[in-house]
Design a binder for this molecule. Structure first.
Ligand SMILES: [Zn+2]
Length: 623
């Protein structure tokens, strides 16, 4: 029995390095391939050969990545299947830990390689001096020509007449920058500290995961309690919210203690790597070469100046619609007109068919891409017993095709999710012609432009699911959600900037810094009687504990998505053309270039935000 929803998917390009018959779940069969790459690197004597070597390494990476994805997909589609679980855990426990140090060894070999500076793009970009003055970058490359290329969009420049090949500008610039960065930041003494860090993160997860409440005689997780905040009955909402708050308050000291320890560890990790503070280390470690901490602080100020007035207006409307004197924390998720939830579809087949119609109205190529996913059974969308929660898009890296997983139950959120994940899927399809594995994925700041823009572009055609009035209601809630996300993003990000640039702070000082941010970005919500909860409301944001500084990416991407949408209002065909062209670049260019290709700026200041928030605001007034 196959546990995967899709059948056999041929590799986008036939393998030339990884043996056909290999079992990629068996480390003893994989290890010789890493050995071979190491010995081959020593024999590489030209830039062209180094490119071949990078493609062999890419092929291995793609094969390993697809193996991991297949096992993950099988496991999440069949959580009740012991064999799927065993296969997944085997890979995580016995293959990945072996692969990691070998990958790092290859990265070191690459960085130290005498031919590296001759790679196309590196010489031109002036990153490294040319070793041989007479060298012609991007020369004919036997390993590439032997392959049958399946690509729709060749990313590697093809030979021009006369034999001289103009390299794509900066072809290896981003790859080189990322690998060098990774190698440079590594400190053996940080390995043990990172293990400590992971243990503390696990403690946090355990603490939060154990939080339950007894509600109406039943034990409920705090996540399950979330749905009572949408109940029209205000007393019920308040009861549910207060119960959750009381439960959270029991753990505030432990949460604070875990963060205290994490801060100390992270400071040490940064110091070991030669940084003054953890913020600067985190920026480098995340490969943020194209924006700075100062840009983020500017982003926060711009949100305060340009978005907070819109947030306050939305809150005031909500307060009036609910006929309340003040908005309390339990009044923020309920429908302001106390209407029943929207019901966009009943069967998952309807979700797929109507989404297909949306893409059909949007763009023929995207519609064909989504159709192909159906034909190849690359969608597993229905909620059923034995399926993991949530939704994700995963790419089968060898076949170079996307897969979408979700748990649709017939609510508007499902429609937003499928549009979002389809945006990610279109990204994978668009970049499929790229042979360098590392370039088939883009940085998260841009990946989320692909998906968040699709929520907005597809949202223009929600009439496929609803009568006009209901489609407007869905659009309104979506836009309000987008606007409301920015201030919370600013709080989470700015708070961490403060924490890691004031490393010797006391808990009282930390609380004061947080409350100052809540005053700036919290809007008009009345927390009276629950001041202690307000002061600790960041404890639920797992990123602060588990993924420091990982959050602003969503703010940056949301701005890009709004801009794609704004562009489509002016010229739909051009906006879609730019969107697709940018997706096709994968991760081959630096972030500002990806944004520009999509028709977006790469700025997060007031001047960039103002027109977007104005458009969203005027749109909201129409809905
Ligand atoms: Zn996403």
């Amino acid at each position: 029995m196959t546990l995967l929803p899709f059948g056999k998917l041929p590799a986008a390009k036939p393998r030339s390095f990884v043996p056909q018959a290999i079992d990629l779940g068996d480390w003893p069969q994989i290890a010789p391939l890493f050995d071979r790459l190491e010995t081959q690197a020593a024999r590489v004597s030209s830039a062209a050969e180094l490119e071949c070597w990078l493609l062999d390494w890419s092929e291995l990476n793609a094969a390993l990545d697809e193996e991991a994805s297949r096992r993950y997909i099988a496991m999440t589609c069949h959580t009740d299947n012991a064999e799927a679980e065993r296969a997944y855990l085997h890979f995580v426990e016995h293959v990945e830990p072996q692969v990691k140090p070998r990958q790092f060894a290859l990265e070191n070999i690459y960085v130290a390689h005498p031919r590296r500076g001759e790679l196309p793009g590196l010489v031109a970009a002036g990153i490294l001096p040319a070793v041989e003055p007479g060298f012609q970058p991007g020369g004919k490359n036997a390993c590439q020509q032997a392959d049958a290329i399946v690509s729709q969009t060749p990313a590697v420049s093809t030979p021009s007449p006369g034999g001289r090949v103009p390299a794509a500008p900066g072809r290896y610039q981003v790859f080189d920058r990322d690998v060098t960065n990774h190698v440079k930041l590594f400190r053996p003494e940080n390995v043990a500290l990172e293990t400590e860090e992971a243990k503390l993160c696990q403690q946090y997860q355990k603490l939060i995961g154990a939080q339950t409440v007894k509600f109406r005689g039943e034990e409920k997780t705090l996540v399950q309690m979330g749905r009572y905040l949408e109940e029209p009955d205000r007393a019920l909402r308040q009861e549910a919210w207060e119960l959750v708050a009381q439960r959270r308050l029991q753990d505030v000291d432990q949460c604070d203690a875990i963060l205290d320890e994490l801060i100390k560890l992270r400071m040490q990790i940064a110091k070991n790597a030669g940084f003054d503070n953890y913020r600067d280390y985190a920026f480098r470690q995340k490969g943020r070469f194209d924006y700075t901490p100062a840009d983020c602080l500017e982003f926060h100020r711009a949100i305060e100046a340009e978005i907070m007035p819109a947030v306050r207006e939305i809150q005031a409307d909500r307060r009036r619609q609910l006929h309340l004197d003040t908005l309390r924390p339990w009044d923020l998720a309920v429908d302001p007109h106390n209407r029943a939830p929207l019901k966009p579809f009943v069967e998952v087949g309807e979700l797929v068919a109507r989404t297909q119609k949306i893409f059909h109205q949007l763009d023929g190529e995207l519609a064909a891409g989504f159709r192909q996913m159906q034909d190849l059974k690359l969608l597993d969308l229905d909620n059923r017993k034995g399926k993991a929660p949530g939704g994700y898009q995963s790419t089968l890296s060898e076949a170079r095709v996307p897969f979408i997983f979700m748990n649709a139950i017939g609510i508007q959120r499902d429609v937003e999710t499928i549009l979002h994940e389809a945006g990610h899927a279109f990204h994978a399809q668009a970049a499929r012609g790229e042979d360098l594995y590392a370039y088939r994925g883009a940085p998260i700041e841009f990946c989320e432009v692909a998906s968040m823009a699709m929520e907005l572009l597809g949202g223009e055609f929600l009439e496929e699911f609803y009568p006009a009035a209901e489609a407007n209601r869905a659009r309104k809630a979506h836009l309000e959600g987008i606007i409301g996300f920015f201030p919370w993003m600013a709080v989470v990000d700015a708070f961490q900037h403060w924490i890691y640039t004031h490393p010797s702070h006391t808990r009282a000082e930390r609380q004061a810094a947080y409350l100052e941010l809540m005053d700036r970005f919290g809007g008009d919500v009345d927390w009276s009687g629950w001041e202690t909860m307000r002061a600790h409301s960041w404890h639920r944001q797992l990123h602060i504990f588990l993924h420091p500084f990982y959050y602003v990416e969503y703010g940056i991407a949301q701005l890009g998505a709004l801009e794609v949408w704004a562009n489509s209002r002016r010229d739909k065909a051009k906006a879609l053309q730019d969107y697709k062209a940018a997706l096709a670049l994968g991760g081959s260019r630096p972030l500002p270039e990806l944004f520009h290709a999509a028709g977006c700026g790469f700025r997060f200041d007031a001047a960039a935000i103002q027109p977007l928030i104005q458009l969203a605001g005027s749109e909201l007034k129409k809905l």
